[in-house]
Design a binder for this molecule. Structure first.
Ligand SMILES: [Ca+2]
Length: 129
């Protein structure tokens, strides 16, 4: 809980210091099927193949999201992940709101094949310091 509060305070400070950047960040958060800097990227297939869902923010529930350009749901449907964030870990979980079984991926790291208990079961993620 203490960690989470610190994180919130840091976010508020960052927002106050660079309010004009917020618009750009929000635009970047829209998934476009390209795995870019500052994003976590989820792949439909193993080893970063197939449709890509990319996101720069936290997502509490993947339900309702499709892979950009495909009529394929993201929820419970990814086999590999990449963290292209610059300094934050990303924590991906099998249940909504960052519950269930979770895996933490450090910035710049990736998992080419999610373990059985995570494969095709991810439903939320949050950036994690
Ligand atoms: Ca992108």
């Amino acid at each position: 809980m203490y960690r989470r509060r610190l994180r919130l305070i840091a976010a508020v400070i960052a927002l106050g210091a660079a309010g004009s950047v917020w618009g750009a960040s929000a635009a970047q958060a829209a998934p476009n099927g390209k795995c870019e800097s500052h994003e976590v990227c989820l792949y439909w297939s193993t080893n970063f193949q197939g449709p890509i869902w990319d996101h720069a923010g936290d997502v509490t529930n993947y339900a309702g999201y499709n892979f950009p350009g495909y009529n394929i749901p993201v929820n419970n449907n990814t086999l590999s992940v990449r963290n292209r964030g610059n300094w934050m870990d990303v924590r991906l979980c099998t249940e909504t709101w960052f519950r269930g079984s979770c895996v933490v991926v450090a910035p710049g790291n990736s998992i080419g094949q999610l373990e059985d208990h995570l494969a095709n079961q991810l439903s939320s993620h949050e950036w994690w310091t």
